[in-house]
Design a protein around this ligand. Structure first.
Ligand SMILES: O=C1O[C@H](COP(=O)(O)O)[C@@H](O)[C@H](O)[C@H]1O
Length: 241
């Protein structure tokens, strides 16, 4: 990772705005744009920004939305990444319903991981057996997890599946996640990470020190694609000193 892969904004709001403008500009360049969304805190601000500032954008017609991970709960549950996106974005912008490809959180996790994996390979270009997203948006948890690849299941970074079943280490909540190889096959991966709570982990990952090798986020490096980290000043306060 190099410093020029970091786009640093003043705070979480400015980070979401900078990334939102970039996302919509990238989508405008393509005939179809397949993007995987994340859950977590920063995307909430992003979705509010897009709903307020891009409600009439032509890009919604050609954007196809997927998720990097989902909690295995019904789509009406407060924990559902899909529900958060629907409430904040899809209910407010003209995305065709057929362009929204959610992970069915109400289904059996193992069956759903297989079904979603095949859906992805039908929906987009496949290279070396892996679907190629135009962009995967990721968060990073305070423990260094990304999507739902947690430190205790770091082997999912090398999974031979497109999607896997994962378990949250504290709550035991079952998730379905993209596997590491699929994330790294994307044309572009963007981390959206804000707040001082993430500073220590970013510092360790960037300088390859401390526990960096146990953090799944350390190993997200697109094979043939671009990697960017959209962060705020608090998240990188000590990193480049
Ligand atoms: O559980 C999850 O957490 C991560 C990070 O979320 P954040 O609130 O710390 O930004 C997120 O990327 C993932 O999609 C979500 O399911």
């Amino acid at each position: 990772m190099t410093k020029d892969q970091f786009i640093i904004s003043k705070d979480a709001q400015a980070t979401a705005e900078a990334f939102g403008d970039y996302l919509m500009a990238e989508a405008a360049k393509k005939e179809q744009f397949h993007v995987a969304l994340s859950g977590g805190s920063t995307p909430k601000i992003l979705f509010d920004y897009l709903a307020e500032n891009y409600a009439d954008a032509a890009q919604w017609q050609k954007m196809h939305f997927y998720w990097g991970d989902e909690r295995m709960v019904p789509p009406t549950d407060g924990d559902s990444n899909y529900k958060m996106t629907k409430d904040r974005l899809f209910d407010k912008v003209p995305v065709p319903a057929e362009n929204i490809h959610r992970i069915l959180g109400e289904e059996d996790p193992a069956d759903e991981a297989v079904r979603y994996g095949s859906l992805l390979t039908q929906q987009m270009n496949v290279v070396n057996g892996l679907p190629v997203f135009d962009m995967v948006i990721l968060g990073m948890g305070g423990d260094g997890h990304t999507a739902s690849i947690f430190p205790h299941e770091i082997e999912l970074l090398q999974s031979s599946n497109v999607c896997d079943v994962a378990t949250h280490p504290e709550s035991g909540q079952i998730r379905v996640t993209l596997s590491g190889p699929v994330i790294n096959a994307a044309s572009e991966v963007v981390f959206l990470v804000t707040g001082s709570g993430k500073q220590e982990k970013i510092d360790e990952i960037y300088h390859q020190k401390g526990g960096w090798e146990s953090y799944p986020a350390s190993f997200i490096k697109p094979t043939d694609g671009k990697l960017q980290w959209y962060v705020d000043e608090a998240a990188v306060a000590e990193v480049f000193k």
